[in-house]
Design a protein around this ligand. Structure first.
Ligand SMILES: *Cc1c(COP(=O)(O)O)cnc(C)c1O
Length: 423
């Protein structure tokens, strides 16, 4: 399998190069030259998670990763459960938060870290901008991996205490930069570093954002695993709380690979560029707005070109297959409260938006599978406010909370950032 750039379909790159580089030189995104159709996706009966993962990833990786390595890596990565839980009539939560950092990005980040370790001979620096959960998933995925340095940029004061502690307390090969700006500033600094030819001569850089194909493609696994647990012959709609749209694009990729998901819902908060696009056909990036579902505070989603590519750059095709939904924070608080009262099921602020979208569009003959992307305890402040509760913090999170934060404050200043990378 080769990968082309969404900006230049004629230039192809092999798997190894695409993973190590992260981004093509022309500022596009890597995209597979063809979409495989693994037969397991149309006969999920009795399939287990590791089998599904192997069959999906094999096609994308086989030039550079042997089948026995892929099996081992898959066993290491998917060492936790991903249960599907019925919340209400026809509405099911795929709980993606049982991994080490308790948010769904663990799956992609862990695959990426292990594949990079296998593929690279050079010392590598991983750069990652985070709006919350990416940083901790990536930091955790790469922590202690030999020959790899990790630099994480996060917007000061805009992520939760737990998220901040998760990425600033590891130490070792992981360094956290606290940026005096918003997430988009962090993302811009990272993009600039990748385009800086000078810098790239000095040092081997790679990206661990959801733009890396090994962060992105493995996410298609859990859609298949969700369906295999759902065991239904009804039409299935996947509802995805979205920020950079890597997760949703992976769901669409799974459907294009043959997985029977009939349509998607793109659920967002006040950062609703994509729902607006679906309505108007015009893509208008915005500065990001801070919300209580902060992992979705993205004003110019980096995976948007990939989403378009999945629909052959055809607006109508996308519009026919993806419905947009968004709501403000107050509505999200009400959703959390109502779902607890009616169903005794606790939602995090991201999953809550997807759940609300599902309840609003629900039709009795369809099944709705929404991605429950973070453990509610990661957003204890919001949840306790809404429910008047005092949520217990799972041990895994309490351990990070007890440690002291170590971060380097920086301004939104590319030269200062470059010095840190080189230093
Ligand atoms: C990252 C994240 C999202 C958004 O996922 P994208 O792939 O960027 O669209 C949603 N919820 C949580 C909890 C996240 O961490």
């Amino acid at each position: 399998m080769k990968y082309f750039s969404t900006n230049d379909v004629n230039r192809r790159t092999g798997f190894r190069q695409a993973v190590i580089k992260g981004l093509p030189n022309d500022n596009g995104l890597f995209f597979p030259e063809r979409i495989p159709r693994p037969s397991i996706l149309t006969s999920l009966e009795g399939a287990d998670l590791h089998e599904i993962a192997f069959e999906i990833l094999r096609e994308y990786t086989k030039e550079d990763i042997s089948s026995s390595r892929l099996t081992d890596i898959t066993t290491e990565v998917l060492s936790f459960s991903i249960p599907l839980v019925q919340v209400e009539q026809n509405i099911h939560a795929l709980e993606l938060f049982h991994g080490p950092t308790m948010a769904f990005k663990d799956v992609g980040a862990r695959y990426l870290a292990r594949m990079i370790r296998d593929l690279s001979d050079d010392r590598l620096t991983v750069l990652v901008a985070t709006s919350g959960d990416t940083g901790s998933a990536v930091a955790n995925g790469f922590f202690g991996v030999d020959g790899i340095d990790v630099i994480i940029l996060y917007p000061s004061g805009k992520i939760s205490d737990i998220q901040e502690k998760q990425l600033t307390t590891l130490g070792g090969n992981v360094r956290a930069l606290e940026v005096d700006g918003v997430f988009d500033d962090c993302q811009r600094l990272v993009k600039e570093a990748f385009l800086d030819q000078d810098l790239n001569k000095e040092i081997a850089l790679t990206s661990a954002n959801s733009i890396n194909i090994m962060r992105w493609i493995p996410q298609s696994i859990y859609y298949a695993w969700g369906l295999s647990q759902l065991r239904t012959s009804d039409e299935v709609v996947a509802v995805v709380p979205s920020g950079n749209f890597g997760n949703l694009a992976a769901g669409v990729l799974a459907a294009k690979m043959g997985l029977p998901i009939s349509s998607f819902v793109a659920a967002t908060n006040a950062n609703h560029v994509v729902p607006d696009y679906l309505k108007s056909g015009e893509y208008k990036p915005q500065p990001s707005t801070a919300t209580i579902s902060n992992a979705m505070d993205v004003g110019d989603p980096s995976n948007f070109p990939r989403l378009l590519a999945l629909y052959g750059n055809d607006y109508k095709a996308m519009k026919n297959n993806i419905e947009g939904y968004w709501q403000e924070d107050d509505a999200t608080r009400s959703t959390i409260e109502r779902c607890m009262r009616n169903n005794n099921y606790l939602l995090d602020p991201h999953g809550a938006i997807a759940f609300e979208a599902a309840t609003r569009i629900r039709q009795s003959e369809k099944q709705y599978m929404f991605m429950h992307t973070a453990h509610p305890a990661k957003f204890k402040g919001v949840i306790d406010d809404v429910l008047g509760s005092d949520l217990e913090i799972p041990e895994r999170l309490a351990e990070s909370l007890a440690k002291e934060k170590k971060s380097t404050p920086i301004a939104v200043d590319y030269l200062a950032f470059k010095e840190i990378i080189l230093g």
